[in-house]
Write a protein that binds this ligand. Structure first.
Ligand code: SF4
Length: 249
C-alpha cells in the first residue's frame, strides 16, 4: 500500500473509531458487537510516578510557576508509552497569561508533525471559532491537550497515559491561571470533572477545576463529523458563555 493510501486509511479508521465512541457515549453500546466498541478512556485520577512529585505537590493557590518550569520538568518525557510513537512533544500554544484556556484530548497527526496543538482540520475549525466567533486572536488564548504525545491511530488516551501526563496539565493550568477553561470533548471534560461524563449531557453547564470555572463543549472534530446547524449553535452558545464569564467583573 502506498503511503498516501495508508495515511487515508488511517484517517478513515480514526474517524470510524471516533464515531463508535460517540455511539457508545450516547447509550448505543448494546447495539454494537462488544469487541468492536473501543473502551472509552477511564480518567479517574491515579497515583503518578514519584518523579512528578514537585508538580503534584504544588497547590493551585500556591506560588505561581511558569510554563517554562513545567516544560523543563517534562524534558524529553518517557513517563508513559505514548513517547514511543511520537515525533515530538506537543506542549501547548498561546498566551501564558490568557483569560481563556482550551483543553483537548491529544495531538493528532498534524500536531505531532508540527509540534503545535490544534493545527489540523479540527484545529482550523477551533481557530475559526476563536477568531471569527469570539473575535479574539488565537494567540490571545492558551491551547493544550490532556496528553502531550500523539496516541497511535488517534485513539483515545488510556487511563494510565492520562494519569502520567496529568501533572503537566495541572502545571499548565496553575501557570496560566485562566479565568475560564473550555474543555473540548469527552476525555478532557471527564478528566476535569472527575468522572466519566456524556458530553451531550454536560456541555453548556458550569463546573470547576482547581478553583477555575470550566465549560465543557463538543470537540471540533465531532463538529466536523456531525456538521449540523444545531451542533454549531450549541458550541457557539457554550463559547459565548465562556467568553462572557472570562470578561465579567
Ligand atoms: Fe510524558 Fe505526557 Fe508524553 Fe506520556 S503523553 S510521554 S506523560 S509527555
Amino acid at each position: 500500500m502506498d503511503p498516501a493510501t495508508r495515511s487515508e486509511a488511517r484517517e478513515l479508521l480514526g474517524a470510524a473509531c471516533a464515531t463508535l465512541r460517540e455511539w457508545v457515549e450516547e447509550g448505543l453500546e448494546g447495539a454494537l458487537p462488544r469487541e468492536t466498541a473501543p473502551a472509552p478512556a477511564r480518567v479517574e485520577p491515579a497515583a503518578a510516578p514519584a518523579t512528578q512529585a514537585s508538580l503534584l505537590e504544588r497547590a493551585p493557590s500556591g506560588p505561581r510557576g511558569s510554563l517554562d518550569d513545567v516544560r523543563a520538568e517534562m524534558g524529553e518525557c518517557t513517563r508513559c508509552g505514548l513517547c514511543e510513537g511520537r515525533t515530538q512533544i506537543v506542549f501547548g500554544d498561546g498566551n501564558p497569561d490568557a483569560d481563556l484556556m482550551f483543553i483537548g484530548e491529544g495531538p493528532g497527526e498534524q500536531e505531532d508533525l508540527r509540534g503545535l496543538p490544534f493545527v489540523g482540520r479540527a484545529g482550523e475549525l477551533l481557530t475559526r471559532m476563536i477568531e471569527k466567533g469570539m473575535e479574539l486572536a488565537r494567540q490571545d488564548v492558551y491551547i493544550c491537550n490532556i496528553v502531550k504525545c500523539r496516541p497511535p491511530g488517534n485513539r483515545t488516551p488510556l487511563a494510565t497515559e492520562v494519569s502520567a501526563c496529568r501533572p503537566f496539565l495541572d502545571g499548565q493550568i496553575d501557570a496560566v491561571r485562566p479565568r475560564v477553561i473550555v474543555t473540548l470533548g469527552k476525555p478532557a471534560s471527564s478528566l476535569l470533572l472527575g468522572r466519566d461524563i456524556a458530553i451531550t449531557r454536560v456541555r453548556g453547564t458550569w463546573h470547576e477545576y482547581r478553583g477555575i470555572p470550566v465549560m465543557p463543549t463538543f470537540h471540533p472534530a465531532f463538529i466536523l463529523r456531525q456538521y449540523t446547524a444545531e451542533n454549531r449553535r450549541l458550541v457557539w452558545e457554550d463559547l459565548k458563555a465562556a467568553l462572557a464569564k472570562a470578561r465579567a467583573d
